[in-house]
Design a binder for this molecule. Structure first.
Ligand code: ADP
Ligand code: MG
Length: 276
């Protein structure tokens, strides 16, 4: 049995400034190396809070988060944990600190003491892949929301962390920007990186090995995409959509026709139709 790279053990979290209610309650999740997990849930269900617990930005009120054997509540381990777990925030304005895009990309690399030649190489590679090369001399605050998001993602990717936590990374992107980010995720999976993707987009969620659905700070559902999207009623009650292919099957079924079982994409429909 493989060891998890991240173990979330029975955590509860309450914001210090909040009332008595817990924002997260009784959550346990294990994340294995090379796995991609998608986190779904309506606004306010606690997805971003959960993400911030994974690299010790927040410490659980009860319970433990363990990253590769290191407990996030142990202050001595925090920098090592942050090197292992890269975080792309929901709002890039909270992440960008430098005066120029190239400094933004260099910032983390300087912190880990990468030699200048290697640093330059990494910055060039990542800015090419994320189509940022023409923006290196721009101040981040002059960029569009989508460009800022790409810079934020690139600055974390440049550090090559083992685990990447991405909080709705495509929410501000146009279709081209989104495609580039999804391509990067695909590449990271091939490199056997561990990914945790918070998303509202069901077609992104179906790419994951495992889906976790949050509702009101609790874990409402967990399973692979097929298991998860078979729970049509539960998802509707929580207020979540189905992936387009599954939604199509649901509507056709309502008309009394026979449909494939939990199709997640075009491929499932094509296979089903070709076998008829
Ligand atoms: P999601 O990412 O799923 O939209 P969040 O984790 O951002 O959910 O928020 C979960 C709950 O925690 C919400 O009710 C939100 O109002 C509350 N919350 C988020 N950030 C803070 C904070 N800094 N202080 C107090 N409450 C917060
Ligand atoms: Mg959020």
């Amino acid at each position: 049995m493989r060891n998890p790279i991240i173990s979330i053990e029975n955590i509860y979290y309450r914001y210090p400034e909040a009332s008595t209610a817990y924002t997260l309650e009784n959550i346990s999740i294990e994340l294995y190396p090379g796995e991609m997990i998608a986190i779904l849930g309506p606004n306010g269900s606690g997805k971003s809070t959960l993400a911030r617990l994974l690299n010790g930005l927040l410490i659980p009120t009860k319970g433990k988060v363990i990253v590769d054997g290191l407990v996030t509540s142990d202050e001595k381990s925090i920098w090592e944990i942050r090197r292992k777990v890269g975080m792309v925030f929901q709002n890039p304005d909270n992440q960008l600190v430098a005066a120029l895009v190239q400094e933004e990309l260099a910032f983390g690399l300087e912190n880990i003491g990468l030699p200048p030649v290697e640093m330059k190489k990494r910055i060039n590679e990542i800015s090419e892949r994320m189509e940022l090369s023409h923006l290196l001399d721009f101040p981040p605050h002059r960029l569009s929301g989508g460009q800022k998001q790409r810079v934020a993602i690139a600055s974390v990717l440049a550090l090559e962390p083992e685990v990447l936590v991405l909080d709705e990374p495509t929410s501000m992107l146009d279709p081209g920007g989104r495609k580039r980010v999804l391509w990067e995720l695909h590449r990271l999976r091939q490199m056997n990186k561990t990914l945790l993707l918070v998303t509202h987009d069901m077609s992104e969620a179906v790419m994951a090995d495992r889906i976790i659905v949050m509702e009101k700070g609790k874990l409402a559902l967990e399973g692979d995409p097929k298991e998860c999207f078979a729970n049509i009623e539960l998802l509707a009650n929580i207020g979540l959509e189905l992936p387009p292919a599954a939604e199509l099957a649901k509507r056709i079924k309502q008309k009394g026709l026979v449909v494939p079982n939990v199709p997640l994409g075009v491929k499932d429909w094509v296979e089903y139709l070709c076998l008829q």
